[in-house]
Ligand binder design. Structure first.
Ligand SMILES: [Fe+2]
Length: 437
């Protein structure tokens, strides 16, 4: 949940600015570091979509709790569920978001948090009710702490309210961007209805202890189906209560309120950047309200953000790949035409996508031709987190590696290179490649 989106006639931007950051009387910040707040805003909104006009931001009422509510085959209640973190600003070292679900009647949106094992701050967030396509209202809660955390520090937290606190979770902020160059990222895409497989993918990724996770879209079959979102988070257990997963919007998310409610992201939540270590990562949306959101708005955004970035690694993630030999959807030439020239001009190293339910690695490409390693962009397709696999391929000059099995990717960044290893769910290595920066 973030600021209202722009230029989207299909969506009703029902924004509610609830400045709740420095809120409770016991929410003291005397120990907060004097750091810049980069893109992070302690205001809240969820765009309404496809007639789902019940989006509302409601200030926390810590004394109001509801009762159990069925959501498809599962349920939510006053005890927080699907607790997870987000990065609400580009600076991953000093800001965090907490997001969780309850029944629609519960209005308590508090977070107790502190350094180490302390829970000596209490902050009030907000909550949103929004209607799904089945006419049922749901509630999701969110609190952002913008620029209020110390880099390289472990924090504990609980969410909920008195009598209904969640378990205590911990997370550790990374050191400030630009101050370290060794870290691990897990990457997957296209779980889409197969939540048992998605749970297996998460367990495999977690075994490599990644610093954070990327997901290139199509989490669910239908973005407006809240039951699917609960299943998607439930498959993760508490994994994303301690580590952040950064999404890209896929075509199956259909710009739904449910999608924007589940994630706390920078900028307009459709396209944004984060800075981690010596990398700038752009997450983009290629299923948009108007074509100009791809050809103009995001092309300009990429030029601006990557142009201003001093990071050693420039990475992009979105859903519909520029280069694919998969017969399922092939290459998204509209995206390639709009963004590949920007990736060339801005020296983008890696692009992660999905949409085709397959694994693919491209050759190193610049100006739509193969170039030497370090001279261009490598495009990955990772659509193997559960959705039915596509197996038919058509040979093309740009393909370097293909595998038609469920899989996940681990990218280990070092001072001068990244090693990307792709494994199936039995830990067989499908591909490994080391690329210079
Ligand atoms: Fe897709």
């Amino acid at each position: 949940m973030s600021v209202s989106r722009q230029g989207a006639p299909l969506l009703l931007a029902l924004a509610f600015a609830c400045n709740t950051g420095k809120d409770g009387a016991d929410d003291t910040d005397s120990d907060a570091p004097a750091v810049a707040v980069d893109q992070c805003s302690e205001s809240y909104s969820v765009p309404g979509a496809f007639g789902e006009t019940s989006t509302q931001g409601i200030q926390a009422d810590e004394a109001t709790f509801g009762s159990a509510q069925s959501v498809g085959s599962t349920s939510v209640g006053p005890d927080p569920s699907q607790v997870h973190l987000g990065w609400p600003g580009a600076n991953t070292s000093n800001s965090i978001s907490f997001v969780w679900n309850t029944d629609v009647g519960t209005l308590a949106s508090q977070v107790k948090w502190g350094e180490g094992s302390a829970l000596d701050h209490t902050s009030k967030g907000v909550s949103f009710s929004f209607g799904g396509k089945d006419g049922t209202d749901y509630r999701v809660h969110e609190l952002k702490l913008c620029g209020r955390l110390k880099p390289g520090t472990t924090y504990s937290y609980q969410v909920g309210g008195e009598g209904h606190w969640s378990d205590t979770f911990q997370f550790t902020t990374p050191a400030a961007p630009g101050t370290f160059d060794t870290f691990t990222v897990a990457i997957a895409g296209d779980s889409r209805g197969a939540y048992e497989t998605w749970g297996n993918v998460i367990a495999k990724m977690e075994s490599h202890d990644p610093d954070f996770y990327l997901f290139s879209g199509d989490m669910v079959d239908l973005g407006a189906n809240q039951a699917e979102w609960l299943a998607w988070w439930n498959a993760a257990g508490s994994t994303f209560a301690s580590k952040v997963i950064v999404p890209a919007h896929g075509n199956h998310e259909i710009l739904s309120s449910n999608y924007f409610a589940q994630f706390s992201l920078p900028n307009n939540e459709q396209w944004f950047t984060i800075d981690f270590g010596n990398a700038t990562v752009a997450s983009l949306n290629d299923t948009v309200a108007t074509a100009e959101d791809i050809t103009v708005a995001q092309a300009d955004f990429l030029t601006s953000k990557f142009g201003a970035s001093t990071a050693d690694w420039k990475i992009a993630m979105h859903h519909r790949t520029e280069y694919s030999i998969c017969d399922g959807h092939g290459s998204a030439e509209d995206v390639r035409d709009a963004w590949a020239p920007v990736f060339d001009a801005q020296h983008v190293d890696l692009v992660f996508a999905g949409h085709n339910h397959i694994y693919e690695r491209s050759k190193v490409i610049k100006a739509d031709a193969e170039v030497a390693a370090g001279e261009g962009t490598t495009y990955f397709v990772s659509g193997g987190a559960g959705a039915d696999l596509y197996t038919d391929t058509i040979p093309e000059w740009f393909n370097a590696q293909t595998a038609t099995v469920e899989h996940y990717m681990i990218a280990e960044f070092g001072p001068t290179s990244v090693t990307i290893t792709v494994r199936d769910l039995s830990d067989n290595v499908l591909d490994t490649v080391t690329l210079p920066r």
